[in-house]
Design a protein around this ligand. Structure first.
Ligand SMILES: [Zn+2]
Length: 214
């Protein structure tokens, strides 16, 4: 932890977002004040997203929420994923109550990214939220992060990028599946995963996103 802080040019008792003092170092990275700023955003305009039956978004991809997501994904601050998971648990729990999925799962990271980051952030977020999940999905092939592709090409590049774990494939048929993902951008990833699950016989596919861009 000390090394990370020195890499970021901060002292060990500074908040990674505002630089302010952290009173107690239980989760150790973001102060209570900044954490309190992470709140569900309402109302979202829920436009139709491919064949996805229903979806929910926790907040906008901006300010503190965006900063925390960036620290988790690009600076590999794992404890923050757990803390953010705790923060969204009530909101996610309400949607689980409403959608009543048979399976809750998440969009996994690429294996090379898992190796470099050391953890699958969506999975840690669900652990922080204290919900039961299954690791149903896998990435089929390595490709550059989506951000490197032009928007209109994304639908092509994500096609066939995902699969369902062989040993769990027979659990999809007739099931309602809720997929957790971090950021909703173009909807390319989520609509591709939805099509995959429907093609395997899923009855319904729902999504829950941590944040929405734009
Ligand atoms: Zn702060």
């Amino acid at each position: 932890m000390g090394r990370l802080f020195s890499l970021l040019g901060l002292s060990e008792d500074s908040c990674l977002i505002c630089g302010g003092e952290i009173a107690h170092l239980e989760q150790g990275y973001v102060c209570e004040g900044c954490l309190m700023e992470i709140k569900p955003y309402h109302p979202f305009n829920y436009e139709k997203l491919g064949l996805i039956s229903r979806y929910r978004v926790y907040g906008r991809y901006e300010s503190t929420l965006a900063e925390v997501i960036r620290l988790i994904k690009f600076r590999s601050v794992k404890p923050l994923a757990y803390t953010l998971g705790e923060r969204i648990s009530g909101h996610l729990g309400d949607f689980l109550e409403e959608a009543k999925p048979d399976i809750l799962t998440y969009v996994p990271v690429h294996s090379w990214r898992l190796w470099s980051r050391g953890f699958d952030h969506n999975r840690v977020l669900l652990e922080g939220a204290g919900v039961k999940y299954d690791s149903l999905l896998l990435r089929r092939k390595h490709s550059k992060p989506l951000a490197y592709y032009e928007r209109e090409k994304r639908f092509v590049t994500v096609k066939d990028a995902f699969g369902v774990r062989k040993e769990l494939a027979d659990r999809v048929e007739g099931k309602k599946i809720l997929v957790f993902d971090d950021v909703l951008t173009t909807g390319a990833t989520s609509t591709t995963i939805c099509e995959l699950l429907l093609s395997l016989g899923a009855e319904d596919v729902f999504f829950y996103f941590l944040a929405k861009e734009g």
